[in-house]
Design a protein around this ligand. Structure first.
Ligand code: EPZ
Length: 418
């Protein structure tokens, strides 16, 4: 298995061009199941998760072709299958979002029940509760989850928690349902709004995405469209924190600054100079930072997907920082890896207390999830001696041209085979 070797680098200088959002494109691809005509998706990041979703669509009978480096053309199936293969589903938890569109389009779906993962139990009860409210007979047997409905009929669904995946899945099931579906306490993440915009371009009638009440008026059928994926706010945030920690002067280009308000505010609080332009964010840092307190929350709160990167920051900053994780039960696996590099972190339940000011040392560490992997690279930028990061398949799932972009701003990083 490949590893990344990162050496002390900095200060960082230059520009990073941000790719399309992983957590949007995967849903847009799933939503193409609903389309009766061709969908062309632009600004598609070439990621492992995207390739797996493409394989799923092909297994369902659809056509998927990369028509340019970042453009994907998806054609409808002549005969749509309703059971994505186990081997593909178990490779990516996000494959659960094929269930809503399959139910919406055909009234049936069957897929392997996604298990928990390193960051928590990751239940799908809210997805299933939503489907049931739309009239789907949902069963969980033999490690599979399946649903069947003669027809789907709109209803009002209150989510106990604003789950991103559940909101998206229910929205996709509801666009072709009879009548009106209202999702209360819906998630407000920008990627979900991108999905609603995509569905509306196909001919759906979705209103209120980005607020906590989404109203979907069912339509007869959906056509095709051309759509550009919105920029990846987490990828952008990751490079911003890298510049903050290593010091330097980096322009992060092609972003939607409104999606990064919490990250910008926390970087400023840590002592960076952050200038926000229409589509670019400029981070200037001396590398001398203050540890900060963070609490992860649903959007527009501070994103859980940026928590590990900020743990790297607080480890080397002055003072004591805390992180309270409220989205996932167990998203502090990276604390142990940072400790191997000399960071001083104490995890107590849902909180981590980070004693800053540690002089980090390069070590053999492993990526425990996608964002944890990126965060270890950030810590390695200021560590003495090389850091070897294992299990980097996590990083490949979600960062397009990762090493290339990092090298472009001066990071000393190489990929080595085992
Ligand atoms: C999405 O996951 C993202 N993944 C995650 O990105 C992100 O961390 C998360 O949203 C929160 O922003 C994709 O979009 C593919 P949730 P999702 O449903 O949809 C609980 C990354 O690094 N829950 O909002 O799975 C669940 O257990 C990642 O790119 C239920 O209890 O997130 C979790 O604790 C990883 N029942 C919490 O809600 C349910 O039915 C948030 O989950 C559904 C969720």
């Amino acid at each position: 298995m490949d590893k990344l070797v990162v050496r002390k680098s900095g200060p960082l200088h230059g520009e990073v061009l941000i790719s399309g959002a992983k957590n949007s494109v995967l849903k847009l691809m799933a939503a193409s199941i609903l389309a009766e005509d061709v969908c062309v998706i632009e600004n598609v990041p070439n990621l492992q998760d995207v390739r797996v979703m493409a394989e799923i669509l092909v297994a369902l009978g659809m056509g998927v072709e990369w028509t340019k480096r970042n453009e994907m053309t998806i054609t409808p199936a002549k005969e749509l299958k309703t059971e994505p293969p186990y081997e593909l589903v178990q490779r990516m938890r996000a494959s659960i979002v094929t269930m809503g569109p399959l139910l919406g389009r055909t009234g049936q779906a069957r897929l392997a029940q996604p298990g928990g993962c390193a960051i928590g139990e990751r239940k799908i009860d809210l997805h299933l509760k939503g489907f049931a409210a739309l009239g789907v007979d949902v069963k969980q047997t033999h490690g599979c989850v399946e649903g069947y409905a003669e027809k789907l009929v709109g209803d009002t669904i209150y989510l106990d928690f604003p789950s991103v995946g559940a909101t998206e899945n229910i929205m996709m099931a509801a666009v072709l349902a009879e009548g009106v579906t209202t999702i209360e306490n819906a998630a407000k993440e920008p990627e979900l709004t991108d999905l609603a915009n995509f569905l509306n371009k196909l001919g759906a009638n979705v209103k209120g995405a980005g607020t906590d009440t989404i109203r979907i008026k069912g339509v007869e059928s959906l056509g095709g469209t051309r759509h550009m994926v919105l920029p990846d706010r987490i990828e952008a945030g990751t490079y911003m924190v890298a510049a903050a920690v290593a010091g330097g002067d980096v322009m992060v280009k092609n972003v939607m600054p409104n999606h990064l308000k919490a990250v910008v505010a926390k970087l400023q609080e840590a002592g960076c100079e952050v200038d926000v332009f229409d589509e670019d964010i400029h981070v200037k840092s001396s590398g001398q930072l203050n540890a900060i307190d963070i609490k992860t929350l649903p959007f527009p709160g501070f994103p859980t997907d940026m928590q590990a990167q900020f743990m790297a920051l607080s480890s080397v900053a002055e003072g004591v920082g805390t992180i309270t994780e409220t989205i996932f039960e167990n998203r502090f696996m990276h604390a142990t890896e940072f400790s191997l590099m000399g960071a001083q972190i104490k995890v107590e339940g849902h909180s981590a207390i980070i004693q800053g000011g540690s002089a980090l040392e390069g070590a053999n560490v492993k990526a425990t999830d996608l964002r944890a992997g990126a965060a270890l690279v950030i810590a390695a930028l200021v560590a003495d001696g090389p850091t070897t990061i294992h299990n980097i398949y996590h990083i490949d799932r979600g960062y397009d041209l990762f090493e290339e972009k990092l090298r472009g701003i001066g990071v000393n990083i190489e990929r080595v085979g085992s």
